[in-house]
Ligand binder design. Structure first.
Ligand SMILES: Cc1cc2nc3c(=O)[nH]c(=O)nc-3n(C[C@H](O)[C@H](O)[C@H](O)COP(=O)(O)OP(=O)(O)OC[C@H]3O[C@@H](n4cnc5c(N)ncnc54)[C@H](O)[C@@H]3O)c2cc1C
Length: 555
């Protein structure tokens, strides 16, 4: 044997790879999620079990998981002009992004409750969205915006008549061609400007009537937008000023004559998260748009879309927490340290159970809101959704970044590496909290809701009182709420304390009614009362923690 051959042999046998987990793939995200299965039934969509099962299976497949990595590694590219100098404003996405969009639309995540509005339709869609976005969250942005645009667009029946059939179509057409040539379209939104995002009243974009003006009529828009996500959407709901004030418009990417509508993209944002999705800065240079709803009541019209995007933020962030929990648990099952599997180490059990608890609480509240969406004809459900979506959007999105970080730490050094999903979950985690009403704005919205519609707070209390007597800390926390509300109404300085307590009470009450006692009591003991939650791994009941783990990740 030559020296070289000998060296090669040694190189090939330096070590065996041991104590590393197998890749978490080819599993069904739905069948491994007991709490979600229960929620689907409880909230009224047992009929959708088979189709949710399929989405869970697809989301766990190795090739689907790979799409998520590919779509994020190959970020969208902007081409302002073609090689002949014509303005094209084109954004090219990797094929993996298009495939994810195709899966999402074929399963109706962009429209199913509007296309087939039966009892439990929102619940079924929420469950599917929850499973599918665990693979990749960024492409959820245009899916959500398309879904959310429908209630706003219904304010303008003449426009809705043309656009709705294309929005509701269960397919995805990424071609850069006029909407007239498409069966299926996606819809974006453009509200935020440089001088004001939360405060859209500061918008300066002007709308000039082409003819007489008014609802359903064409206008030309001149101004700019600081954030336009998914700029290849076929049309956008946009806010612009008329003489009567801020109004809502539908702005297609193409003009009726087949020419390009001058919504000119200036550049793509260089984002830390949500990178598979493009977000752009744009100028409107006389772009044609049609007024949606009443002139001067644009916020009122577009708020219908905003409300639905906020609800989807709950689903998306709850999904991020679930995926982080699953990754952490899978790792610990297959990794040993100091002579025992990590999953059997008492302190790790505390951390994992605490992560699982937060995740289940987020999903449970989200699915309850899905039922409220399904029952908007019911006064209680409508009032509850008005307040509890704002509460849930604030709290679930707020809890996600810390949750992602903690799950990443569970995985150790490998959890920081880009070939693990954790860095992506971590970078995506703050986006939902900031987008569509940042934390403070949500808390102030809760106060506004109660001020304008006092029945919202009454609905919340009715809902909470369904769990009355189940846990002393929950009862005590609910009893404090009116006082906290009064304090925050007088001094918005205290609005976060109010909304956080509302969120914990909602989650605690739902878990007390529907989850096993180990889950429900661990939640109330750790997150209500004297020992309000400070971080993960501070549960006090070791036996309950073990039960929580078995539930969270059944083998
Ligand atoms: C990835 C991404 C994609 C986006 N895509 C879109 C899009 O497609 N279309 C679109 O229109 N927008 C989009 N946005 C913009 C987003 O909706 C805004 O960033 C958000 O609404 C906040 O607005 P702002 O950035 O102007 O911040 P500001 O409004 O300046 O707010 C800054 C901070 O002040 C707080 N604040 C505001 N008012 C008060 C108050 N009265 N009291 C206390 N605190 C207050 C806010 O909570 C926030 O924390 C996107 C943002 C991101 C991050």
């Amino acid at each position: 044997m030559t020296n070289w051959q000998q060296a090669e042999r040694f190189m090939a046998t330096t070590h065996e790879v041991e104590n590393q987990p197998p890749a978490l793939e080819n599993y069904n995200l739905f069948t491994r999620d007991t709490a979600l299965q229960e929620a689907l039934k409880r909230e009224g969509a047992s009929w959708a079990e088979a189709s949710v099962y399929s989405v869970g299976e697809l989301a766990g497949r190795a090739d689907t998981i790979r799409l998520g990595f590919q779509a994020n590694a190959n970020t969208p590219q902007f081409e302002p002009q073609d090689r002949f100098g014509h303005r094209v404003d084109r954004v090219d996405y990797h094929d993996a992004y298009h495939q994810l969009m195709t899966v999402a639309t074929e399963h109706g995540l962009h429209a199913s409750p509007w296309a087939d509005p039966k009892s439990g339709a929102h619940v079924a869609r929420a469950a599917k969205y929850y499973l599918h976005t665990q693979v990749e969250a960024a492409h959820g942005c245009p899916i959500t915006m398309t879904f959310a645009a429908v209630p706003a667009l219904q304010h303008q029946p003449d426009l809705a008549k043309y656009w709705l059939p294309k929005i509701l179509h269960n397919s995805y057409d990424p071609r850069n061609v006029p909407d007239t040539e498409k069966q299926a379209v996606t819809i974006g939104m453009a509200m935020t400007e440089k001088q004001g995002g939360s405060d859209v009243r500061a918008n300066t974009t002007r709308a000039y009537p082409v003819k007489k003006g008014g609802p359903g009529q064409p206008y030309e828009l001149v101004g700019h937008k600081w954030f336009v996500s998914a700029p290849m959407c076929d049309a956008f709901l946009v806010l612009a000023q008329t003489n009567a004030g801020l109004s809502c418009f539908l702005l297609p990417r193409w003009r009726p004559d087949g020419g390009k509508n001058p919504l000119q993209i200036q550049q793509l944002k260089d984002k830390m998260g949500n990178v598979a999705n493009a977000s752009s800065e744009a100028e409107l240079r006389g772009a044609m748009a049609w007024m949606v709803g009443e002139e001067g009541r644009g916020v009122r019209t577009i708020i219908e879309m905003v409300a639905m995007t906020r609800y989807d933020c709950m689903i998306g962030s709850a999904a991020g927490m679930r995926q982080a929990t699953v990754q952490a648990m899978h790792h610990c099952q297959h990794r040993a340290a100091f002579g025992a599997q990590l999953i059997d180490q008492p302190l790790m059990q505390n951390v994992l159970a605490d992560l699982a608890l937060e995740s289940e609480a987020a999903m449970t509240l989200t699915m309850r809101m899905a039922r409220a969406m399904d029952n908007q004809q019911d006064e209680h459900e409508r009032a509850l959704a008005r307040i509890a979506v704002a509460v849930g959007k604030y709290w679930i999105c707020k809890r996600t970044p810390e949750h992602a970080y903690e799950a990443m730490e569970v995985i150790g050094g490998s959890g920081v590496m880009e070939n693990c999903i954790m860095p992506r979950l971590y970078r995506d985690a703050p986006i939902n909290a900031i987008w569509e009403g940042s934390g403070n704005v949500q808390c102030l919205d809760v106060l506004r809701a109660v001020q304008k519609q006092p029945e919202c707070f009454a609905a919340l209390l009715t809902e909470l009182n369904r769990a009355k007597g189940s846990h002393a800390r929950l009862d005590a926390a609910i009893a404090v709420l009116p006082q906290r509300l009064e304090q925050a109404q007088q001094q918005p300085f205290f609005a976060r304390q109010l909304v956080e307590l509302m969120a914990r009470c909602m989650q605690g009450a739902l878990l007390q009614q529907h989850a096993p006692i180990a889950v429900a009591d661990a939640f109330c003991n750790s997150r209500l009362g004297a020992s309000e939650h400070l971080g993960y791994g501070r549960l006090t009941d070791a036996a309950a923690a073990k039960q929580i783990l078995v539930r969270a990740w059944p083998q």
